[in-house]
Write a protein that binds this ligand. Structure first.
Ligand code: GLA
Ligand code: ZN
Length: 681
């Protein structure tokens, strides 16, 4: 089963971004850092993020002595290093000499030097400079005993509209459309509004100053940006693959990052890592609801590489400085969020940042060590407590989550849905729709993966694919095969309208063979005003019962050979089919033609889980549950985010991983507490 990410350390990683280069004139502080790291049970730090102006203060003048000394010292004190490449932010000399490294905005404005995460991904000069630096890092530190991981760039991603990017985009399109402009014209349907191109050289990236009306162009530009970023990533990754093949590689991802399809980046790295900054303790939602949102991200990250744990590369033990309202993490929340990371399949808990800088943009961003410089603070004590807890949980390393269900959340589909000039701009809400389904699984304690539509469906017995508007090649067939071999599939309104270049299917939606799978076709789709409601009422012979509310979207469907489970309750389409199911081979394909409320979706899922014998957990509201396992043991996680005592009930006897106490039957959880139960399989 799963493998440990870092056998050399053999502990859950605890640590964070450390920027000693800001303190090289304060050896007292550097010494104090080591003492405090040990006190906080820190076993890893990330060095080198954004340190280019110190390691290479002018071109070809390298200063790595400080870095070596810091790494040596950390290692001597039992603290390992993740070493980042500095490409996320450029020194002034570099932009001055190689201005093509700086990105150009969509309005054609070439930016000035400054900020970060804003290079042109096409700049050959920049790629060469980055590689030179990476060679230096690999040569000097590749065999350092303290090095465990390369961290490429930081939160990589940037869109650029310069001439180099324009030419590369044209090159990318030539390749994709076999150098045949008519093929592209057809795929993008450019005869509309007389937008046909005569040659690839006429094509600009989509911007509000020029072409933005061709959906195929918009989508291919996003695909290109991902491809170009992957090329940039590979430019760095390949240095380390060649020089240090035994050191794994990561780059840190972000929450629902809109500009990239991470599935493509995930293939180039060894470990998935990500940066989590939820708005804990907002006035707008319960702590549990915030946690559900964060769980969605964790699970998506875990699902990028299902055979190993992910890393939480950044989080914060207190507050950030960039939310609209920078609220403190309340007492106890840091521990709960830590257990949540483990519960969702993470094997590291790391922070941005170890110590607050004295000046500049992030001086007030939370850290383990404040400007105060003391360890007798609330935040430090929280971190120390979490560190001690993690030190006792080494056995979790490498254990896996093995869900039998998956939710399809597809980034390219998201782009296509959002770009489609249809429905209402205000209520398309593709991510939120997926999250609502995710939450139903969470509330019932059913683990699931979050996957793209092109993933292998073989591990699953249940798949929910909300609003799968765009069908990439092979997806309809894979879904059909999934159902025929016994899987149960739930699709919704706005499924299968277009192919990968956003051309509508002719002859009926859902297209590409899905009409047959679901036994119906969609004739029209009604967009409701925000306050309007319709309803779906399950019919007498349906195993699901009740009437449920519907908002935003009602698709009017014509059923061919599916069983009608529910009908609309209002409007001129009252009494027409709203929810259907069709058996195919050994499985079933459900179609929910309207945006039905969570209660309705939950009833459909309860029916499916029961038929598929997927176990549920009876969880009190506000308690999150997940399971990880290895060959011998399972580890079940319960997190009570409420201010009340909560009772969970377990059928099997287990041991509380932290106290060794026996947990059996009904068990009372303290307010704001967590529990990890270990069971022999
Ligand atoms: C990101 C970056 C960090 C830091 C944090 C602040 O995740 O990677 O360098 O700026 O945000 O929250
Ligand atoms: Zn560019």
């Amino acid at each position: 089963m799963g493998k440990k990410l870092f056998p050399k350390i053999d502990q859950i990683l605890h640590g964070g971004d450390y920027n000693p280069e800001q303190w090289l004139d304060r050896p007292d502080i550097l010494e104090e850092d080591i003492r405090l790291m040990k006190q906080a049970h820190v076993n890893v730090v990330t060095l080198g993020v954004f340190s280019w102006s110190v390691t290479e203060p002018s071109e070809g003048e390298y200063h790595f002595e400080w870095l070596k000394e810091i790494m040596d010292n950390l290692y001597a004190n039992g603290i390992y290093t993740i070493l980042a490449t500095p490409s996320g932010a450029r020194p002034a000399w570099l932009d001055e000499k190689y201005p093509d490294a700086i990105r150009t905005s969509s309005k054609g404005v070439h930016h000035l030097h400054g900020q970060r995460h804003n290079n042109c991904m096409s700049s050959q000069n920049y790629k060469t400079l980055v590689r030179k630096m990476d060679h230096q890092l690999a040569d000097r530190f590749g065999s350092h005993p303290g090095l465990i991981l390369w961290h490429i760039d930081n939160e990589i991603g940037s869109e650029c509209f310069c001439q180099q990017c324009r030419s590369r985009f044209q090159m990318y399109l030539k390749e994709k459309y076999d150098n045949d402009i008519d093929k592209l014209n057809h795929a993008w349907w450019t005869t509309f509004w007389s937008h046909r191109f005569n040659n690839f050289e006429q094509i600009d990236p989509p911007t509000s100053l020029g072409e933005k009306s061709i959906h195929g162009l918009n989508l291919d530009w996003k695909r290109f940006t991902t491809w170009n970023t992957v090329e940039f990533l590979i430019n760095e990754v390949s240095v380390f693959r060649e020089k240090t093949p035994d050191i794994p590689i990561t780059t840190n991802f972000m929450h629902l990052y809109p500009a990239l399809d991470y599935t493509k980046l995930a293939k180039e790295i060894d470990v998935i890592s990500w940066d989590s900054y939820p708005r804990w303790n907002t006035a707008e939602e319960s702590l549990y609801d915030t946690a559900l949102g964060n769980a969605f991200d964790h699970v998506m990250m875990r699902s990028f590489k299902k055979d190993r744990p992910f890393m939480l590369m950044e989080s914060v033990p207190s507050l950030v400085n960039w939310h609209d309202f920078n609220k403190l993490k309340r007492p106890g929340v840091h521990k709960l969020s830590t257990v949540q990371t483990l519960a969702c399949g993470g094997d590291t808990v790391q922070y941005f940042q170890w110590r607050k800088g004295r000046g500049s943009y992030e001086q007030y961003h939370g850290a383990v060590i404040d400007h105060l410089g003391r360890s007798d603070t609330r935040v430090f004590r929280d971190v120390e407590e979490v560190g001690a807890m993690l030190a006792g949980l080494s056995e979790l390393q490498g254990t896996l989550t093995l869900p039998r269900a998956a939710l399809i959340y597809d980034q390219e589909n998201k782009w296509a849905v959002e770009d489609a000039a249809a429905l209402s701009k205000k209520t398309k809400n593709y991510p939120e729709t997926c999250m609502r389904i995710f939450n139903i699984f969470e509330r019932n304690g059913v683990d699931l993966d979050i996957i793209s539509s092109e993933e292998d469906y073989s591990p699953y017995d249940v798949i929910v694919a909300p609003m799968l508007y765009m069908l990439k090649d092979g997806v309809a067939q894979a879904l059909t095969d999934f159902v025929k071999r016994g899987g149960q599939l739930v699709a919704t309104y706005f499924t299968g309208y277009v192919n990968e270049t956003t051309l509508c299917y002719l002859g009926g939606f859902p297209g590409d063979g899905l009409m047959e799978l679901f036994g119906l076709y969609a004739e029209e789709i009604d967009t409701l005003y925000p306050k309007e409601r319709n309803g779906v009422c399950f019919t007498g012979n349906s195993p699901i019962q009740g009437t449920y509310s519907v908002k935003d979207y009602c698709e009017l469907i014509q059923v061919q050979d599916a069983q009608v489970l529910a009908e609309y309750t209002e409007d001129f389409y009252k009494g027409t089919p709203a929810v259907t199911v069709k058996e195919s081979g050994k499985g079933k394909a459900y179609y929910v033609a309207a945006r039905a409320d969570e209660d309705c979706m939950e009833h459909i899922l309860l029916q499916i889980w029961e038929e598929q014998k997927i176990p549920l957990q009876k969880l009190p509201v506000g308690v999150e549950y997940h399971k990880r396992e290895n060959e011998t043991y399972s580890y079940e996680f319960y997190i009570n985010y409420t201010e009340e005592l909560q009772t969970i009930s377990r059928e099997t006897k287990g041991i509380d991983c932290l106290t060794g106490a026996v947990v059996e039957g009904e068990y009372q959880m303290e307010p704001m507490s967590s529990l990890i139960v270990k069971c022999k399989k």
